[in-house]
Design a protein. Structure first.
Length: 356
């Protein structure tokens, strides 16, 4: 043991006493006052450097996400106070076509009375996907990430068939983002939709927004025109999203007014509007493909009651009976909220008259 200790001493011994004295000087402890000054100086330098380094390394993105999250509440914008089983039964009784797979979610905004049937079933979205795309655009405008006055260009890449006339415009033609959004919602222009998708950062960025907002069955899988019907949404997702906007969430009041203004001008009035009573108003968006169609919006009755509704029907290709079902369901839902004791459709009423 003593020999081992002697060997260790020999290994650690410094053969040069002067260098040992110098090394001791280098290890001299700094006085407390100087240590404090150095710490303060280091803190000042770091406070200047860190923000710029965050921006360089992409640290601004989490900060933007936190800011964006301030405008997002994950609680539903409405309270589901009571279901309307009688109305649900009436709706089911109207569906006489075996090849139809309909879904609906409707809620009276003030009272919370609702009806649901296949409400959370994912359906091919068709042009109903344009509703969350519009809200994404308006939200980005509120967050100063883009502007209504931005110029968007028609290119060969975004041109597509189907609804709208931008597909026939010369490549290089430019429109403001505001006008592009109007064409998307009023005329259901598919090329305008693709222009906005690109302007907002692409499909994945939009899908991330949808998830953050609480949409569980809404996703863009392909640019338009989505003939295969791969883009999806559900009646509940659409009503939930419209409810949040109506409740003052996600977008500013000014942009909400713009959204309602252009949705009120929707050219296709063949579905939900056909079931409304005289004096009623609706802001809405339709969606149509060979295998599916739908309509979603917010209705104000003649007596001032307001409800949000979305109906989607998967159907045998181009089966017009699905269109008729949406009109009949719209009428039934309108009467249920406008005249709670009189839940009957015109078809049922005519049938009862004939039997009497």
């Amino acid at each position: 043991m003593l020999k081992l200790l002697d060997r260790n001493r020999e290994r650690t011994a410094d053969p040069n006493p002067r260098s040992r004295r110098k090394s001791k000087k280098r290890r001299r402890v700094m006085p407390p006052g100087q240590r404090l000054l150095r710490a303060v100086a280091l803190a000042v330098v770091l406070s200047v450097l860190i923000p710029s380094l965050k921006g360089y390394w992409g640290g601004d993105e989490p900060a933007q996400s936190k800011e964006a999250m301030k405008m997002v509440k994950l609680n539903p914008p409405f309270e589901l106070t009571s279901a309307l089983p009688g109305l649900q039964k009436e709706l089911k009784d109207l569906d006489k076509v075996d090849t139809n797979i309909p879904g609906v979610f409707a809620i009276e905004i003030e009272s919370g009375k609702y009806v649901e049937f296949n409400g959370n079933r994912p359906y091919s979205a068709a042009s109903l996907i344009k509703v969350p795309i519009l809200i994404s655009f308006l939200r980005n405008c509120d967050l100063k990430k883009c502007s209504m006055d931005d110029e968007l260009e028609v290119t060969d890449t975004v041109k597509t068939s189907g609804s709208g006339f931008l597909q026939w415009r010369k490549s290089g033609t430019k429109y403001t983002a505001r006008r592009t959004a109007e064409l998307m919602m009023i005329y259901s222009d598919n090329t305008a939709t693709n222009m906005l998708i690109d302007h907002l950062g692409g499909k994945e960025k939009l899908n991330k927004n949808f998830r953050v907002w609480g949409l569980k069955n809404t996703k863009i899988n392909n640019y338009l025109v989505d003939i295969e019907g791969t883009n999806i949404t559900s009646p509940y997702d659409l009503v939930y999203l419209l409810g949040r906007v109506d409740h003052g969430e996600l977008i500013s009041e000014g942009n909400r007014e713009f959204m309602y203004e252009i949705m009120e001008k929707c050219r296709n009035r063949s579905m939900l509007p056909q079931g409304l009573g005289p004096g009623a108003k609706i802001v809405h968006k339709t969606g149509t493909l060979g295998k599916v169609l739908g309509d979603a919006g917010i209705v104000t009755t003649a007596e001032g009651k307001r409800y949000a509704v979305a109906i989607q029907v998967e159907r045998k290709r181009n089966d017009r009976r699905a269109n008729a079902l949406i009109r009949e369901w719209s009428e039934l839902i309108y009467n249920a909220y406008e005249h709670p004791r009189h839940i009957v459709s015109s078809r049922q009423r005519d049938s009862e008259l004939r039997s009497n």
